[in-house]
Design a protein around this ligand. Structure first.
Ligand code: AMP
Length: 271
């Protein structure tokens, strides 16, 4: 991959990288569109990164459909698809992990120990393999965005981090490769996340600024759905993921499926 990138670079072409785990949906394709608009060359990586999954998570059953992904990306005019092998990324003798302090610790970080170390390590390796000018991440994974921004700054990676707004279904559910796990009743119950965020934004617009009261409101709304088990809901600063702030972040379980969502309550909820 690096050789192709260097040739593009020598030819004076800017490179945009879209890192994904495949099972592509319209959210991923929005990242691709933005990368297309801002760069001469677009590279999409597809890699289900084993080290960002915990031992009891869904690595084994994570949806994979490389043929369909290839077709979608070809249609979207992507220049290269980078699909590294697990053993090439993590040969048995490899032992380095990238740890981003601070922002990687609360919320998703404490719910999924080791997750952001896996993310930071793979992002560092993908940046080294592609040497992009810009890399595209979804607001859907807000804490990942904050971790990757910190990583790029702290290690002087020289990659501009670009963030794409969350793409949602008509009923507000944020698109996610994991939505395929949801049964019919669970899929219906999953709309509670966007409903809670919409309500939070309305309360914020009506003048509520107390993060604890906003949190209670979000928890009450999420808790009103019997199929939903709330993991956390908080209103935090989008760069540090500590209070105070206006970014509402939440994680729930619906049956065996874990879903996250977020919204900056200072903005109207359009989903
Ligand atoms: P994933 O394949 O789930 O690792 O996601 C790859 C990238 O797509 C990440 O930067 C995600 O934040 C982003 N992404 C996933 N779902 C959405 C969505 N609904 N809207 C916008 N970006 C998304």
């Amino acid at each position: 991959m690096l050789e192709a990138s260097r040739q593009w670079r020598v030819a004076g072409r800017s490179i945009g990288l879209v890192p994904t785990m495949g099972a592509l949906h319209a959210g991923h394709m929005r990242l691709v569109e933005m990368a297309r608009a801002e760069n001469d060359v677009v590279v999409v990586s597809i890699f289900v990164n084993p080290i960002q999954f915990g031992p009891n998570e869904d690595l084994g059953r994570y949806p994979r459909d490389l043929k369909r992904d290839d077709e979608l990306l070809a249609k979207a005019g992507v220049d290269a698809i980078f699909v590294p092998e697990v053993r090439a990324m993590y040969p048995p003798e490899s032992s380095t992990r990238v740890h981003v302090g601070g922002v990687s610790e609360p919320l998703e970080g404490s719910a999924r120990p080791g997750h952001f170390e896996g993310v930071a390590t793979v992002v560092t390796k993908l940046f080294a393999a592609v040497e992009p000018d810009r890399a595209y991440f979804g607001q859907k994974d807000a804490q990942q965005v904050a971790v990757v921004r910190r990583l790029a700054l702290d290690l002087d990676l020289g990659v501009e981090i670009r963030v794409v707004p969350t793409v949602r279904e008509a009923d507000g559910l944020a698109l996610s490769s994991r939505n395929v796990y949801l049964g019919t009743a669970e899929r219906e119950a999953a709309t509670i996340l966007s409903k809670a965020l919409r309500e939070g934004a309305a309360a914020y617009a009506a003048g509520e600024r107390d993060p604890d009261r906003l949190r209670v409101l979000l928890l009450a709304r999420l808790g009103s759905e019997p199929l939903v088990e709330v993991e956390y809901a908080e209103v935090v600063d989008p760069a540090t993921f500590r209070k105070p702030g206006s970014l509402a972040v939440m994680a729930v379980r619906i049956g065996k499926t874990r879903l996250i969502d977020n919204h900056d309550l200072a903005l109207p909820f359009l989903g």
